[in-house]
Design a protein around this ligand. Structure first.
Ligand code: S3P
Length: 176
């Protein structure tokens, strides 16, 4: 069965929704950032500090190439992963792609709750960076199988809406 792949900007709820979705569907949950942290034995923030963003993206790309070949899993990706179109195409070959979005205010509120974990926003003016990155990346999160604005929903509600979409679209083949 196809993977269910969550993409979207930082703070849109990919990890919390993905975990809930996987548990509701009884499927394995893979978070690309956590996988990278396990393999490299350091946090994403530590990786950025030690090796920089370019090497982070290389490592992310090789992990995605591997993870995209899994089956039947729920996969949540890092917000910047789709900047490399090859990542998007690999994930799509074997997956239903779902975009999570949120308003700028909500993104700032959610990402501001846990400081120091997102190196790109660890700066004097995260609001400016979020706006710039959204302007640069916005189009990359389009044209997926399903898109949901999570601004006013809890991860539970988002997971339920995704399940309804998957059922209606025949992606679950009667399961869950
Ligand atoms: C990034 C998003 C992060 C993480 C890294 C880079 C980005 O993941 O991969 O800090 O470039 O948007 P989340 O989207 O899970 O926060």
């Amino acid at each position: 069965m196809k993977n269910i792949v969550l993409i979207g900007f930082m703070g849109t709820g990919k990890t919390s929704t993905g975990r809930l979705l996987a548990s509701r569907l009884g499927r394995p949950f893979i978070d690309v950032d956590r996988k990278l942290e396990q393999e490299c034995k350091m946090t994403v923030a530590e990786f950025f500090a030690a090796h920089g963003e370019i090497l982070f993206k290389q490592k992310e790309k090789s992990l995605i190439a591997k993870i995209a070949r899994y089956h039947n899993s729920v996969i949540s990706t890092g917000g910047g992963s789709v900047e490399d179109q090859a990542n998007f195409h690999k994930l799509r070959e074997n997956g239903v792609i779902i975009t999570l979005t949120a308003s700028i205010d909500i993104i700032l509120e959610r990402t501001g709750r846990r400081r120091g974990v997102r190196p790109l926003l660890d700066c004097d003016n995260p609001a400016e960076v979020v706006k710039e990155l959204l302007a640069k990346r916005g189009h990359l999160y389009q044209n997926t199988d399903y898109m949901i604005d999570t601004s006013t929903y809890s991860p539970h509600q988002v997971a339920e809406k995704i399940i309804t979409f998957l059922r209606t679209g025949g992606y679950l083949r009667g399961r869950s």
